[in-house]
Design a protein around this ligand. Structure first.
Ligand code: GLN
Length: 626
């Protein structure tokens, strides 16, 4: 409904958002300019209404903003050259195409007859001679097939089926003798090999393809979007050739105005004598403008002004730096302060308090490319002086490009020599970090000690290494009750009384030890194995399980029941075979009634444990918020 209203408002020329509003104002301002004159050397083009004027901007995710006559069809003319050049690159490869046409600017007009006689090829594919050399090698058995291929290429960029304006085609075919002369000169010097007429048949048609300004914006946006049409998702040009096309557009697309254009506007661009211009801001947007009156270089007067204003207003010159590499490290956290959700015994906690700083968790953010990856590497190198376990939390990283992946591989080797471990989180087989995953897989084979789903599991793994190295991970199957923190301070006689309340229990992997909501009858101490405490969170009929803690040998759980006699507040599930001791709450209460001192000691121990955990939680919050 809202969309409908927007469409109606938009059709009536009413801006429906800040960008539309900007475009409407820009349109109104530039519409005042009445310089230039329409191309007449192709008689059919002279018939156009010089007052037509449209602007369109398409984003790399397919949103198109328009103003004015953005749906009016006109002929694409020389703008087609950029796309056809990309097509032949894709068909033949860079090296082969360079034999047919160079990449040097001419400093001459689009229809110049100057040719590169040293290399025996036209200077570049943006001037007519070079475009004809490219048109010659469009593949196809017959002329029809070649025309169909040419139309197919342009249509993929536009995201709709395009066709030729037969009147404009015939008009140019009948009068385009200068192009004919150029073709014959090229034939004479062996720069082309087929008959000039057959090449012109394709070339004039390619110039006469009908587009709208909206089409042009989407075509430009496809180049901005690594060759993928943002609306249809179709590949218009393989990514590897996109920068070739943009480079040549940048140096040659505006002919003998290319230098000044590049200086003032700074966007790879291409114009056509039909009055169209495209400009590309890589990774961001494509611009299409249409206004027939041309300047002396053959560029739309209003089109040039529109691009210049958009560039200036939004600072879009391609050589303006948009990437700041300094913010790549979001936060650094240490294992003595930030802990995994694994609950630890007092001894384990002591190890982590003393040695936890050997674990450093680095939250990385943004995109990793050469500059930002280098920054990150340099920081990791500094951190590795102290830290032995370095966890790269890549949750906020949306890209790790080829250069960054290469640098990360170098880093892994460098750290391995220094006996440092590098761990990663959030690197999955699918999504933007998939190439990094593939590279790590190739390097390590088994990724179980390299990649972790999230930071908690990575932290837990590192903590385990520290604890094991401190050799306190002893077998607790035969622990004495007195060694348990909850029973600290009881005399041996008192412990004997406690023993009467104990029941040994075994749970298999995946088995529920405690279920949320159940009556709490036992409290447990784990002797062997680990278990996970999780909460089931229900929202809109959907249930999500959140892991809140994990427990290992020597740790107790379910003791809250002893305090409040209430119901279970969470699920506890065995991660593997778990051996534990269950203490009957009922029985312990009974003991408490007869031996109040025993109960006081137990409660005191529990309080101490709770307050320790609370203090630690405070420290952690301080570290995370700081
Ligand atoms: N078809 C036109 C020509 O060859 C294209 C020139 C242009 O748009 N600059 O003259």
């Amino acid at each position: 409904m809202l969309k409908k209203i927007e469409q109606v408002l938009h059709a009536a020329g009413v801006p429906t958002g800040p960008i539309d509003q900007y475009l409407a104002a820009l349109y109104a301002r530039i519409a005042q300019i009445n310089d230039g004159s329409v191309a007449t050397y192709i008689p059919e083009l002279a018939k156009v209404d010089p007052g037509l004027f449209g602007i369109a901007i398409a984003t790399v995710d397919g949103k198109v903003y328009t103003a004015g006559d953005s749906e009016h069809e006109f002929t694409i003319q020389s703008i087609s050259k950029a796309f056809i050049y990309g097509h032949v690159l894709d068909q033949y490869g860079r090296e082969a195409v360079l034999k047919h046409v160079g990449v040097e600017p001419t400093g001459e007009a689009f229809n110049s007859i100057v040719l590169d006689e040293v290399a025996n090829r036209p200077f570049n594919p943006m001037v007519n001679s070079g475009a004809m050399a490219a048109a010659e090698i469009i593949k196809g058995e017959t002329t029809e097939e070649r025309i169909a291929n040419m139309l197919d290429v342009l249509s993929r960029y536009a995201g709709r089926s395009l066709s030729v304006d037969e009147d404009v085609f015939r008009s140019e075919q009948a009068t385009g003798h200068r192009n004919r002369a150029i073709a014959y000169m090229m034939l004479n010097s062996g720069m082309i090999h087929s008959s000039p007429e057959s090449i012109l048949d394709i070339y004039f048609r390619q110039c006469a393809v009908k587009v709208t300004c909206r089409d042009l914006a989407l075509m430009a946006a496809s180049l901005a979007n690594d060759g993928i049409n943002p609306k249809t998702g179709a590949t218009a040009l393989p990514r590897d050739y996109v920068h070739d096309v943009l480079t040549v557009m940048n140096s040659c697309g505006m002919y003998n105005f290319a230098g000044q254009w590049s200086y003032e506007v700074g966007m790879p661009a291409k114009s056509g004598v039909g009055g169209g211009i495209i400009a590309v801001i890589p990774g961001q947007v494509g611009i299409g403008v249409f206004s027939p009156p041309l300047d002396r270089h053959g560029h739309s007067v209003r089109g040039v002004r529109v691009c210049r204003e958009i560039s200036e207003t939004f600072g879009l010159h391609v050589f303006r730096n948009h990437t700041y590499t300094g913010t790549v490290v979001r936060r650094e956290l240490y294992g003595n302060v930030v802990r995994s959700k694994r609950l630890r015994t007092a001894e384990e906690r002591k190890v982590l308090d003393e040695q936890g700083a050997k674990i450093c968790l680095i939250e990385v953010q943004g995109g990793l490319f050469f500059g930002s990856a280098e920054r990150l590497l340099r920081r990791i190198d500094e951190l590795a002086a102290e830290a032995e376990y370095l966890i790269l939390d890549l949750r906020r990283v949306h890209e790790v490009d080829q250069a960054a992946r290469r640098l990360i591989m170098e880093l892994i080797d460098w750290l391995a020599e220094r006996k440092r471990r590098l761990l990663f989180t959030h690197v999955t087989t699918e999504g933007p970090l998939a190439p990094l995953h593939a590279m790590l897989k190739e390097r390590f084979g088994n990724l179980s000690e390299v990649l972790f789903e999230h930071r908690d599991t990575a932290l837990e793994w590192c903590e385990k290494q520290l604890i094991t190295n401190a050799s306190i991970g002893r077998d607790l199957t035969k622990f004495s009750l007195g060694a348990l923190r909850v029973f600290n301070g009881l005399t041996s006689d008192e412990l004997k009384i406690i023993e009467t309340a104990v029941r040994p229990l075994v749970f298999e992997k995946g088995q529920t030890i405690v279920k949320e909501g159940d009556e709490a009858r036992l409290f447990f101490v784990i002797a062997r194995g680990t278990a996970t405490v999780s909460l089931r969170i229900r929202k809109d009929d959907e249930e999500r399980v959140v892991r809140v803690a994990s427990l290992g040998p020597g740790l107790s759980f379910g003791e809250m029941a002893l305090l409040d006699g209430g119901k279970r507040s969470a699920d506890v599930i065995a991660d593997e075979r778990v051996v534990c001791y269950g203490f009957s709450v009922e029985h312990l209460r009974e003991i408490g009634r007869q031996h109040p001192h025993v109960f006081t000691v137990i409660l005191g121990n529990m309080m101490r444990d709770f307050s320790e955990r609370l203090r630690h939680a405070n420290d952690e919050i301080r570290a995370l918020e700081g």
